[in-house]
Design a protein. Structure first.
Length: 362
């Protein structure tokens, strides 16, 4: 037994333990299939690397024979704060740091024994990337029960746009998306700030999102931004609005949804469901796309907003397919009683939720 062998054995255990904690966070807290898979593969690769390393050590000494837990003086040493964790972000950071430190220590001991530590070094580099992905994902706000998003365009409103925002929120809308293609930058920024003021007064739990413009969203301190397939990418929008803001993306096919989710989208617009006068869409994907989205293992873990020509009359068709969130525009903005329309839409969504709840309990 040598001290170097003991170092490798102890840090191999630390690495696997830290990876298991990180994997469980990705799997059970984030429901992130891709990140969970990457962590699992790294854990298995590390196990193989340690096995190969052990076989290549001088005298082929088995690492398990070097273990001396009872004689380890470090088991009785603790540092302030070591036994407390404030939240999952704290847990993730602590275990990611533990992983990197353990891999470095193991790598140096292997070098001192004349062994090839290349695989351990690569695992260490991979751990840095995974730490960033995991911690930033945990830092993002959870999407609070996405139900009804109203896209507000001033020129489309039959009432003053401020009244449409206020009455939509009063009717149960919990996301207001500012969709203004023709306003100058200063006017758009002022519009976003005014919408936030109305939200704070009427319904503080609601979300304010700016369409297409992450720069305006950030300057106005909005809750997020929504981008289309021809706008900035999800990753670039995220760089502007930051990790704590929501980023939504419009999708017309399942591949676009998967790509957006892979890039870090928090919400997916799914549509168009029906013919709409708001946007010129040559192809209407229809409710079948919603069904495909909800049936897809990767897509369904991200909240959806079905969009395109949705009204209180055709919403039940979507609800029957499992729809829980919708985005609307003209049906609210062009009505003289937006509060009532929002109430009808929310009632239809609520009826669907109740029906699914009864089905699960029966």
């Amino acid at each position: 037994m040598t001290p170097l062998h003991r170092i490798i054995d102890a840090n191999a255990n630390r690495s696997r333990e830290a990876l298991r904690v990180l994997e469980d966070i990705a799997r059970f807290a984030l429901n992130d299939q891709d990140l969970s898979g990457d962590l699992k593969r790294l854990r298995h690769a590390l196990t193989e690397s340690v096995g190969s390393l052990a076989a290549s050590l001088p005298d082929a000494l088995r690492l398990l024979e070097c273990r001396d837990t009872e004689g380890d003086v470090g088991t009785a040493i603790s540092a302030p704060g070591e036994s407390t964790r404030a939240d999952l972000v704290h847990v993730a950071r602590a275990n990611a740091s533990r992983l990197g430190e353990a891999l470095r220590s193991m790598e140096e001991a292997a070098k001192a024994l004349g062994a090839d530590a290349g695989a351990i070094e690569q695992a260490r580099y991979a751990s840095y990337t995974i730490e960033r992905r995991l911690v930033l994902a945990l830092a993002r706000p959870t999407v609070p029960g996405i139900r009804l998003c109203v896209l507000v365009t001033g020129s489309m409103c039959v009432l003053p746009w401020e009244s449409v925002v206020e009455r939509s929120l009063a009717g149960g809308c919990n996301i207001v998306q500012i969709r203004e293609k023709d306003l100058g930058d200063r006017e758009l920024l002022a519009r976003a700030r005014r919408v936030i003021e109305i939200r704070d007064r009427v319904s503080r739990d609601a979300i304010v999102v700016v369409n297409d413009r992450p720069d305006i969203a950030r300057l106005a301190s909005a809750d997020g931004v929504h981008v289309g397939q021809g706008d900035l990418s999800v990753a670039d929008a995220r760089r502007i609005v930051g990790e704590r803001a929501l980023v939504g993306i419009s999708t017309g096919v399942l591949d676009e949804a998967r790509a957006g989710i892979q890039a870090g989208a928090d919400v997916c617009g799914v549509g168009p469901m029906f013919a709409t006068s708001t946007k010129d869409k040559p192809v209407t994907q229809g409710p079948a796309y919603l069904s495909a989205y909800l049936a897809d293992a990767q897509a369904s873990r991200v909240p959806h907003l079905a969009i395109g020509g949705i009204t209180p009359e055709n919403l039940p068709e979507l609800v029957a397919r499992g729809c829980t969130g919708i985005a609307v525009s003209s049906v609210v903005c062009r009505d003289r009683n937006p509060e009532s329309v929002c109430g009808e839409l929310m009632a239809a969504l609520g009826a669907g939720m109740s029906a699914r709840s009864r089905s699960r309990s029966s």
